[in-house]
Design a protein. Structure first.
Length: 417
């Protein structure tokens, strides 16, 4: 009976989020900027990137930034800087995307910025640059958003923000929308995130649903225009594979979908990852991508990820691997040894989901904890040698928690509360 109810719920949620849209319905843009999204750069202590959208009659746009002030008159002194603007034409959608990278910022400093043109300005958003290695770090992680974005995920991102408004970054493990080529789904994402996207820098990694099956399995045409992510990854996967160093942690995004589809992009990411892990001055490392190294469902194994990337995670003792795709929850470290035929060198593997699409939960030998049919978000803090991980349900209840303790020259120690 329970399974029947769940199957019905899944079908219902799928129907809510997918059917009714058989074509690309524009989410109309106006002269005022919308979809204002802040992204990390390679070094968010001194630079941050912002991207926004307008209707296609606004072909140039301006970005302004200044140190935050409570004196409204002080904003008159902000310097206007011309954005990079690109016409975006796709199916029946015609808009402009604009972007600007704020550079030469001071670490750990509160700024305010706005974007737009005369009579069509955004609000002044307050943002804070990253601090230095050793400063306490916090970040939010979301598994697949993908379905029920407006209806059921809006509350999840708000709940995460309410618990951690000081987050240095928000990470997305792909399948951020269900159909990457559909404008209205991206519109729902920006509806749900609203000012949170404009004030906490995003680390976005693409999933298979950001690849348009009807358009030759290419990365969504929206991805690169509407995000401005570090271009320090390999050719062919720029702004999907990249790294960003924040307060002593190296965050690395891999493009697992293209690693599956294009052998050259698998090889280039492998070599690049080896290099960025070898030359990593940070104490901590977190890698994010879509297709899990260890899966939840038996028929969803991703051997190209495990065989090619796990040896590097082991070699360089990566601390945390954040993944999605399986629409249930699992994490594991201590049971991986022996249970899978693969040794583990202290890396914690996490799979989660945050939107409304749910697959069957499963129990496998590698998992220390598992669950399903629960919308979740994760809040992580790093303070000195301790990483504290907490997973919360959409209703704000603690669902899972552990700590990783860094031990010089040895595997991380796992402490489960
Ligand atoms: Fe997926
Ligand atoms: Fe998914």
């Amino acid at each position: 009976m329970k399974a029947t109810v769940r199957n019905f719920t899944f079908l219902l949620l799928t129907a809510i989020s997918v059917t009714g849209y058989t074509q690309n319905i524009p989410f109309p843009a106006g002269p005022d900027p919308d979809r204002i999204v802040l992204n990390v750069t390679e070094d968010p202590s001194t630079s941050l990137a912002v991207t926004w959208r307008t209707c296609d009659t606004i072909s140039t746009s301006i970005a302004e930034i200044m140190e935050a002030s409570s004196d409204p008159m002080a904003t008159l002194k902000a310097v206007k800087q011309v954005a990079h603007s690109e016409k975006f034409q796709y199916d029946n959608i015609s808009v402009f995307y604009h972007s600007y990278i704020f550079k030469n910022l001071k670490p750990k400093t509160r700024y305010m910025y706005r974007v737009g043109t005369e009579n069509h300005w955004s609000e002044w958003f307050h943002i804070t640059t990253a601090g230095l290695p050793g400063d306490k770090l916090s970040f939010i992680y979301f598994g697949d958003v993908q379905a029920g974005i407006k209806s059921l995920w809006s509350g999840v991102i708000r709940a995460a923000y309410a618990k951690m408004p000081e987050a240095n970054a928000i990470m997305y493990a792909g399948d951020i929308v269900n159909r990457g080529e559909f404008d209205h789904e991206w519109g729902e994402l920006f509806y749900a995130g609203n000012f949170i996207h404009s004030t906490i820098p995003g680390i976005m990694s693409p999933g298979n649903h950001e690849y348009a099956k009807t358009k030759g399995d290419k990365l969504s045409a929206f991805w690169r225009p509407q995000f401005t992510l570090p271009e320090n990854g390999p050719e062919g996967v720029k702004e999907t594979a990249y790294f960003s160093d924040i307060q002593g942690m190296r965050f690395i995004s891999l493009n697992s979908n293209q690693a599956e589809e294009v052998p050259a992009d698998l090889e280039s990411q492998k070599q690049w990852l080896d290099s960025v892990l070898q030359h990593n001055p940070n104490k901590w490392t977190c890698v994010i991508f879509h297709h899990p190294i260890y899966s939840i469902a038996p028929q969803r194994d991703n051997p190209w990820m495990r065989d090619n990337f796990k040896p590097l995670f082991d070699k360089y003792k990566v601390d945390l691997v954040m993944q999605g795709h399986d629409h249930a929850y699992a994490r594991g470290m201590k049971k991986i040894d022996g249970a899978t035929g693969h040794e583990n060198s202290g890396t914690m593997y996490v799979i989660s989901m945050s939107g409304a699409k749910m697959y069957k939960e499963n129990q496998k030998p590698w998992m220390d904890k598992n669950g399903g049919h629960t919308q979740l978000f994760q809040l992580i803090t790093v303070d000195g040698n301790t990483l504290s991980y907490k997973s919360y349900t959409a209703t704000g209840d603690l669902f899972d928690t552990f700590k990783l303790i860094k031990q010089k020259g040895k595997k991380n120690k796992l402490v489960e509360d």
